[in-house]
Design a protein around this ligand. Structure first.
Ligand code: SF4
Length: 364
């Protein structure tokens, strides 16, 4: 997860049972499930495909079976902020634009280094949780218009598990001309992608490791994430991948190269962001990722044939790896420091001004 605390995050609420009773009122009947029998449902909003009996909750804790129907989060945000689109990170979606970003509570994974754990681990960890602020889709879209956002994104917590709410917002947003985005862990299903196909333009997916044993520690299965990434690309969503490089977890040259090769095997046009870890939540012993590791990871990405590789979370500290280079003539076409665009020389439609090659992405 990728958000810094800011003033638009709602105040903390203590005690998961207080929060749970509040959230259980902010629901409606879901759409991403099938009735298995009178009392049992199967949710397919994420790759866990939870079988949920009457009165029970799914793994994410926020979708639950009430009298044989799946109830899903509705009508609130736990965080809402107009961020640079680069911060999501999307570097190939209207560079320099801003994105109205909303998040609810909960996640289907439990990464010990989550930077948004107080939002994502609500209902799992009694220290986590924010007061939900009730809001309508119309109000979110109106705020995006007032803020001159170009895009609207579901992020901060895992968007897949609150997809019905995102769809309600994005349906309105698309009519107003917004580009709609998901910042996800990639634990997708074919059903959720088909559900979102008309409403979501782009995904940013975390590819956290190539080791199944490590993915299982976070609550996911490697092959499902890899298949989810393939499916997302093949179904035509704009896709960018991010890998948080954590010392001792996924920072070996072999693993970094394996990730780059996997992305290339889908398409060299997929931008890859290698970002620096800082100690957070339950993972406090590894040191912050040194800039040289991020620079080396970015070099490996280019060596393996990816067209666009970026170093992140170290503004000004990763040499040239914050810039976009034309894959045709290798000249810089967008120069950045952190989320700030210093220079963008792309021609209308995203064409390189030097060799006229089209740069990949949602640029026009
Ligand atoms: S969204 Fe929640 S309830 Fe649905 S499959 Fe995933 S973890 Fe289970």
């Amino acid at each position: 997860m990728k958000v810094e605390k800011n003033s638009d995050v709602m105040p903390p609420i203590s005690g998961s049972s207080t929060l749970s009773s509040k959230l259980d009122r902010l629901v409606q009947t879901g759409e991403l499930f099938e009735q298995v029998d009178k009392e049992t449902v199967r949710c397919y909003a994420c790759g866990h495909y939870c079988l949920i009996k009457k009165g029970k909750r799914g793994i994410c804790q926020i979708r639950f079976n009430h009298n044989g129907e799946l109830k899903v989060p509705w009508g609130y945000v736990a965080a809402l902020h107009n961020d640079p689109t680069e911060k999501k990170p999307f570097y190939h979606v209207f560079p320099g634009s801003s994105t109205m970003t909303f998040g609810m509570l909960g996640c289907d994974l439990h990464c010990p280094y989550c930077q948004n754990w107080d939002i994502s681990q609500a209902l799992r960890d009694s220290r986590a949780g924010y007061t939900p602020k009730e809001i309508s889709p119309e109000q979110i879209v109106a705020l995006a218009k007032q803020s001159h956002s170009r895009c609207i994104a579901s992020s901060y917590n895992e968007p897949l598990i609150t997809s019905e709410w995102a769809k309600a917002i994005f349906q309105l947003a698309k009519r107003e001309g917004f580009t709609c985005l998901y910042v996800s862990n990639g634990n997708v299903t074919r059903e959720v992608l088909e559900y979102l196909q008309q409403h979501v333009d782009g995904f940013n997916i975390d590819l956290k490791t190539m080791q199944d044993k490590n993915y299982r520690k976070l609550g996911a299965v490697l092959e499902r994430i890899l298949e989810g990434i393939r499916m997302t690309f093949q179904m035509g969503f704009w896709l960018e991948i991010v890998t948080l490089i954590v010392p001792g977890f996924n920072d070996s040259e072999t693993e970094i190269r394996e990730i780059a090769r996997f992305i290339k095997s889908i398409s060299p046009t997929i931008p890859w962001h290698v970002t620096a870890f800082h100690p957070d939540y339950k993972m406090t012993s590894p040191p912050p990722t040194p800039p040289r590791t991020i620079i080396r990871a970015a070099e490996i990405g280019y060596e393996e044939g990816l067209r666009y590789v970026y170093g992140g979370n170290l503004p000004g500290g990763v040499r040239q790896f914050e810039n976009t280079y034309c894959p045709g003539c290798h000249k810089p076409v967008i120069e950045r420091v952190g989320y700030r665009i210093l220079r963008n020389v792309l021609h209308e439609g995203g064409f390189c001004p030097y060799c006229e090659m089209k740069i990949d992405g949602l640029l026009d």
